[in-house]
Design a protein around this ligand. Structure first.
Ligand code: MSP
Length: 620
């Protein structure tokens, strides 16, 4: 077993070394840990603190036509991790989320509920804000497109476009989808047969949402005038869209389908929106209105010369789902370019959550209600599951069984068990172990009987813990929270196995002083693993990580990225909160074994017993 450990550790070392060739090498040994200040700067957003704009992150703003679902929570959580990560690095970061309230879709939904649109929006926006709060999203602004400053920003943006001659009036005709709030060219339509009713209608080939033929007076945005600039920008910035392969879709669309964009609807059809300045018979297209939210929240248009960056624009990362790629990666840069405004620095496109392999969608009714999930599992557990299993590149299928399995493996029996094993026994005192490891001297200490294998294993762990923070920082810099949380999570299991192998509870009882020294070394390494992991987990699991660090007695001012380094904190170990004495008051208590799947309120029971052994054997 120990041999396998040593082999695994050396394989990991090799892997780390190989990947170190392509990433910033910022891990430093404890003696020169001051250099970490330099390391953290290379992952930060700006140069000198005075000139630094806040790191600005956005989520899409959510349609209020129906209740929030898990897909919405996923967009929010991803963005939140980036915000909290920047805060951990010591950078000022701002996060904007909110609701998209105008347009046909919302107008129709309000009418279906027999409500005034504004009242309907007020009620539903509250549900999204509640979701943001319950999901522990650390947002700075919850913007609503009905907010007066946003309405002004949109009106101003429109007049700037008009003054530049980029808006013209036309008789527009085409196929419009209310669900998708966009026109589709005929080449992107199919005849769709409704499975339940047999009704046949024209629909978008991509979304299968119904389209209707529309002929009306519209204002159009001269988007085709920006075609060359857009293509040139994509060519010069191939990494602008992440994952990079999605850029092909964007470029293809601009090359082959770009046309001028209809940016208004007649008031008789769409009354719920922002009127076109100087023409109240027309209402501004909901997507133009919605996209501008990102700059409203950054202070547009009240940007005094040279001060624009203070509000955060250009955004550092805009998180969006793959279904709204075109709006964000074609229309949005085109609108900004038209006014010579800077473009966002990065578009992070995530995939979708499915249920039974079908896209979760309000119209299909197969949505997981995130509020039920949070109520049942707790916010951090749902966040953990979404981040660990969620897809940036590929869709992920939501499954309560998997959630429970991963929880048990990585949280309950991983970090939770490890924390209990370190902090609960009365055989030792963590604070003393930490303190004595700082006053320890190899010259005066009794010679330990540690085998070469154990020494190697410990050295492997030292190295793994030492490189954990820089590795995670590098992954986060690559906008890869999934790989980041996985990197941290594997430490818990490994340290548990290490404890089982080394049995410090036997060593401390030994009469031999050298055994006590060996036990202290082992326990100190475990404590360091928990402390460093706890610090790095803060952006991912804000509540659980805080409690973990409280139980370890890590003081508040020693929880920054710079402290996620070996032997950097000599003062922890005395719990700030009670570690709990029973299974149920543990950091990660057991979950209810009966697993249900919840579909918008209905509950289906599926009993499943999963043994600890089975779960621990499950691979990622
Ligand atoms: N209102 C527009 C966005 C305007 S941004 C200027 C919109 N709203 S939405 O409510 O339909 O979707 C908001 C976000 O939720 C999108 O990023 C979308 O991809 C995401 N999700 C919706 N369903 C999803 C899943 N099933 N899975 C993951 N995310 C999904 O589009």
């Amino acid at each position: 077993m120990a041999m396998e450990y040593a082999k695994a550790a050396s394989a990991r070392r090799l892997l780390r070394w190989q990947s170190a060739l392509t990433r910033p090498r910022s891990w430093v040994c404890s003696s020169c840990r001051n250099n970490l200040a330099v390391a953290s700067q290379c992952f930060s957003s700006g140069s000198s603190p005075a000139a630094r704009k806040p790191y600005y992150i956005t989520t899409p703003i959510f349609y209020v036509n129906a209740a929030p679902h898990l897909g919405h929570m996923y967009s929010m959580v991803l963005a939140d991790v980036f915000k909290r990560w920047q805060t951990l690095l010591g950078n000022r970061a701002i996060l904007c989320t909110g609701t998209d309230e105008h347009g046909m879709k919302v107008q129709q939904a309000a009418a279906n509920h027999g409500m005034e649109p504004k009242q309907f929006c007020d009620e539903n926006a509250e549900r999204f804000e509640e979701l943001a709060q319950l999901s522990r999203i650390d947002y700075d602004r919850f913007i609503r497109t009905t907010d007066p400053d946003h309405v002004q920003a949109v009106e101003y943006f429109w007049s700037l476009l008009r003054d530049k001659g980029l808006i013209y009036e036309t008789k527009h005709q085409g196929w419009y989808s209310v669900s998708d709030e966009c026109f589709y060219p005929e080449s992107q339509l199919v005849k769709h047969v409704e499975p339940f009713t047999g009704a046949v209608y024209m629909a978008s080939a991509e979304t299968k949402n119904k389209v209707e033929w529309v002929e009306e007076k519209n204002y159009c945005f001269r988007m085709t005038a920006l075609k060359d600039r857009l293509l040139d920008f994509y060519e010069k910035n191939p990494g602008w869209v992440e994952p990079a392969y999605r850029m092909n879709e964007v470029v293809d669309w601009v090359k082959n389908h770009l046309s001028d964009l209809s940016i208004s609807r007649p008031f008789q059809r769409l009354s719920w929106g922002i009127p076109v300045p100087d023409d109240p018979n027309q209402t501004i297209y909901v997507w133009v209105d919605a996209l501008i939210n990102y700059i409203t929240a950054a202070g547009f248009p009240a940007w005094t010369p040279g001060e624009r960056q203070k509000g955060g624009w250009p955004a550092d990362v805009q998180v969006i789902g793959k279904d709204i790629l075109r709006f964000h990666c074609v229309y949005w840069p085109a609108l900004l370019m038209a006014l010579d405004m800077p473009l966002p620095k990065k578009m992070l496109i995530h995939s979708h959550w499915t249920l039974n392999k079908k896209k979760m969608s309000k119209s299909l009714g197969n949505v997981v209600n995130p509020l039920y999930a949070i109520n049942r599992w707790g916010a951090d557990t749902v966040r953990f599951y979404l981040l660990f299993e969620g897809g940036i590149a590929d869709d992920a299928d939501y499954n309560n069984d998997t959630l429970v399995t991963k929880y048990k493996k990585y949280l309950q029996w991983g970090f939770g068990n490890l924390l209990g094993r370190l902090t609960r026994p009365k055989l030792w005192n963590v604070q003393q172990i930490v303190a004595s490891s700082f006053s320890f001297s190899e010259d005066t200490a009794p010679r330990t009987q540690m085998s070469d294998v154990l020494k190697q294993t410990m050295a492997g762990f030292e190295e793994a813990l030492g490189s954990l923070a820089p590795t995670v920082a590098w992954l986060m810099d690559q906008h890869n929270p999934v790989a980041s949380i996985r990197e941290i999570m594997q430490i818990g299991g490994q340290l548990n196995e290490f404890l089982t192998q080394t049995q410090p509870w036997s060593l401390v009882k030994s009469e031999t002083p050298a055994d006590k020294v060996a036990a202290e070394k082992v326990l100190f390494l475990v404590a360091e693993g928990l402390r460093i992991s706890g610090i790095l987990l803060q952006p991912f699991l804000p509540d659980k990580s805080a409690r973990m660090l409280d139980i370890l007695g890590v003081s508040e001012d020693k929880r920054t990225f710079d402290h996620a380094v070996l032997r950097c904190d000599p003062s922890y170990g005395a719990p700030i909160v009670d570690p709990g004495r029973t299974r149920t008051d543990a950091l990660f208590p057991p979950l209810i074994e009966d697993m249900d799947v919840e579909f918008s309120g209905s509950v289906k029971n599926r009993k499943k017993a999963t043994t600890k052994q089975e779960i621990l054997q499950t691979e990622n």
